[in-house]
Design a protein around this ligand. Structure first.
Ligand code: SF4
Length: 196
């Protein structure tokens, strides 16, 4: 089974607690105004990777507490992601946080949902961007599905944090939910990030 990915980075610290492996899947049809990853929207963009290969790569990373899956829309590749999580948990006790544009009520019966410790749900709504931590807008909710992250995710309570990650291919990415800014400031940030 294969996944279509936009990016991956590890360790990251701005999309959940502790050291995490970040996976951004490729493809989303929602087209939210102000989406921070428009390059992740085309369903045929990004690159493909075997689930087994990604599993081996994650297990090689030292000191991980868990993974965070974002996108793109993870539920467009829900079966392959469920496969990945089940494969990982045969060898390691890793926590799972998933960002989705769906509402929890729409995905509560999915196999992938049953494997998550926490879900942050709902589409990005530009006019409800409150500049708060770990969410794009205040319509989004943190749904704890196990006790694993109880009291450990400062969701919507502090300022946003980001970190820069340089991939092995030299690609610079801003990881985390970026602070609210104007379109001009966003363009400037992207240009700086490409130059550096
Ligand atoms: S759901 Fe997320 S990835 Fe999809 S368009 Fe909206 S902000 Fe972008």
């Amino acid at each position: 089974m294969r996944l279509r990915l936009y990016n991956r980075a590890s360790p990251i610290h701005t999309l959940g607690p502790f050291n995490r492996y970040g996976i951004w899947v490729q493809g989303c049809s929602r087209r939210c105004d102000g989406c921070i990853t428009p390059e992740g929207q085309p369903l045929d963009g990004g690159y493909e990777m075997e689930v087994e290969e990604l599993c081996r790569e994650i297990l090689r990373e030292p000191g991980l507490e868990g993974i965070t899956i974002s996108g793109g829309e993870p539920y467009l590749q829900a079966e392959a992601l469920a496969e990945l999580i089940e494969m990982l948990r045969l060898s390691a006790d890793l926590g799972v946080i998933v960002y989705t544009g769906n509402l929890y009520e729409q995905i509560r019966e999915e196999r992938l949902t049953g494997l998550c410790d926490a879900i942050i749900d709902g589409p990005y709504m530009k006019d409800r961007d409150d500049n708060k931590s770990l969410r794009g807008s205040d319509n989004q909710r943190l749904i704890l599905l196990t006790d694993r992250y109880k009291g450990l995710i400062p969701f919507g309570t502090i300022n946003r944090q980001t970190e820069k990650f340089v991939s092995s291919e030299g690609f610079t990415a801003l990881v985390g939910v970026p602070p609210k800014c104007t379109e001009e400031e966003r363009q400037w940030q992207m240009e700086v990030s490409l130059i550096e």
